[in-house]
Design a protein. Sequence first.
Length: 95
Amino acid sequence: MKDKDINEMRTIKISDFVKELKCDSKSRAHSWRGVTYIKPEAKEALSYDPTHSKSCFKEVGMVSERPYDGEMVNVRTVDNRTFSVTAKHPVLVCE
């Protein structure tokens, strides 16, 4: 995650990022049908640009949080990082 306001880059769990956004006075949050939508201000995430086949930072447009009671899958990357996603969450894999 990159904070454009203070030009800081850091690795953070998505759950912790959502908690921070909820406390950030610059973010706007709205709830609808049990889902919380948060529009962050000046946040970018490391992304993949398929047009240019490279990584880049892109603005985070919206973050959502919803209750989930189901299977989680742990993923380990080639550089030994791990993260968890829901069993049906799409993941882009490049080799």
